[in-house]
Design a protein. Structure first.
Length: 122
């Protein structure tokens, strides 16, 4: 799946925002917070992991099965800003009518900064 399709897949934004807010979280904590079933969440986390948006660590415990927790990567944190920009564009109340009577949406003071060059942070 392409990154563009994944970004706007149901629940992905909520997962990324939750991890951004809380840092490291176990699968159970995420399912409880968002009301998702474990299977759906596991598939989404796998896709997010494959796109390097989240990372995971296993915590060894006395339990038979080690606990895995997830957290945002730097790339995942950048996407939080993408969601904020999309929200800003969607909420833009300004409309301009061109000379053909077509209404054009106008966004004031939206700045996109590229802090990466050739995949490396500047």
């Amino acid at each position: 799946m392409s990154l563009k399709k994944l970004l706007f897949k149901e629940h992905v934004e909520k997962i990324l925002i939750l991890l951004n807010k809380n840092g490291k979280m176990y699968v159970t904590e995420i399912t409880d917070s968002l009301g998702l079933n474990r299977g759906s969440l596991s598939r989404l986390l796998k896709e997010l992991y494959e796109h390097n948006l989240v990372d995971k660590e296993r915590e060894l415990t006395d339990d038979i099965i080690p606990k895995t927790y997830y957290f945002l990567t730097e790339k995942g944190k950048l996407l939080i800003e993408v969601y904020k920009m999309v929200d800003k564009v969607e909420k833009s109340p300004i409309h301009i009518e061109n000379n053909h009577g077509t209404v054009i949406n106008k966004v004031d003071s939206l700045t996109i900064t590229n802090n990466f060059e050739n995949g490396k942070k500047k």
